[in-house]
Design a protein around this ligand. Structure first.
Ligand code: ADP
Length: 301
């Protein structure tokens, strides 16, 4: 197959592993830095150009679009879809998953468990927003944040009020969320491919920290998940419309709760913790499912 890998940096672990796995299986894979791709969207024959050449003949496209380039990255991906190239994850699903509020609303309407969550733009009554999610301690999250940046634990009512006021003062969109203390600074990353959890790891925050992101110094280890956790992760990925997803769960007193569904989950932590060839599984999925023209939306979203 001829595969396009949308990645800004081919030296990153995840990109390297995907290239390796594709080449091992005899595929041709070309890395495309989305910011350097340009498109003709008004032509009767839609095209994408890269470094002076038209990109043609691709069977599949694997998007690894960083949070900072979501808008342009998904536009390039959409153009591939319009051209009939099958994506690993569709542009609409990626856009959906990048918005925490939208994701949680979609998951909640299908009955997926999640921490009590409030959203507010400019409330006249911050105290009531806090009450809505059960009071302090609580977690305040920047809607566009990633890798744990913009996730703050407010331990007291006063701290919660001032953090919310501060974020609102700089016009930031935020979520206010029940703090799942019993998770003990750990979360579970379930790597889902094609409706199955193919690997799972536990991430533990360092001492004195509640965020378990590996970028924040968290450590990963192997974990056995329960059938309930497995089905929650699979359902969450399906609701988001993601064929490949990293679903993050917390173990709460009221069962597994989803905090995030990631559309470009990293491979380093999960392959390191589980010893599994997750990159190879992604390429197997591409071989099986990404046939030309097999895009559900064909860029309609
Ligand atoms: P990001 O997208 O920036 O990673 P998350 O919502 O995943 O933001 O939060 C980062 C980390 O903070 C999570 O991995 C988890 O360890 C911790 N965390 C997030 N929300 C909660 C919560 N409601 N209760 C307890 N811990 C949380």
């Amino acid at each position: 197959m001829k595969i396009a890998l949308l990645s800004r940096n081919s030296k990153l672990y995840s990109s390297r592993r995907i290239i390796e796995a594709a080449e091992q299986r005899g595929h041709e894979i070309k890395v495309i830095d989305v910011l350097r791709a340009y498109m003709n969207i008004a032509s009767h024959k839609p095209s994408i150009h890269y470094k002076g050449e038209s990109l043609e003949g691709f069977d599949a496209v694997i998007p690894r679009i960083g949070a900072s380039v979501t808008a342009y990255g998904t536009a390039v991906l959409r153009q591939f879809e319009v051209m009939g190239v099958a994506p690993l994850n569709e542009s609409v699903a990626i856009t959906r998953s990048r918005d925490k509020l939208r994701s949680l609303q979609l998951l909640s309407r299908k009955g997926i468990g999640m921490p009590l969550t409030g959203y507010a733009s400019k409330p006249d009554d911050i105290k009531d927003v806090i009450k809505m999610v059960g009071g302090a301690p609580l977690v305040v999250k920047l809607l566009q944040g990633t890798q744990g940046i913009g996730v703050v634990l407010a331990e007291t009512q006063k701290a919660a009020e001032s953090v919310i006021e501060a974020f609102m003062g700089v016009k930031a969109d935020i979520l206010v969320q029940e703090y799942i203390k019993e998770a003990g600074g750990s979360d579970i990353r379930c790597f889902v491919i094609d409706g199955k959890v193919v690997a799972a790891m536990k991430r533990q925050a360092p001492k004195g920290e509640f965020r378990s992101n590996l970028h924040r110094g968290g450590t990963s280890s192997l974990i056995k998940i329960t059938p309930e956790e497995r089905s929650t992760a699979v359902r969450a990925a399906r609701i988001m419309g993601l064929n490949v997803a990293g679903v993050d769960l917390l173990r709460s007193n009221h069962g597994a709760v989803v905090i995030e569904v990631n559309s470009s989950p990293g491979l380093e932590g999960i392959e390191g913790a589980t010893g599994k060839d997750v990159a190879g599984m992604i390429i197997s999925y591409v071989e099986k499912s990404c046939k030309p023209g097999r895009t559900k939306t064909r860029g309609k979203g």
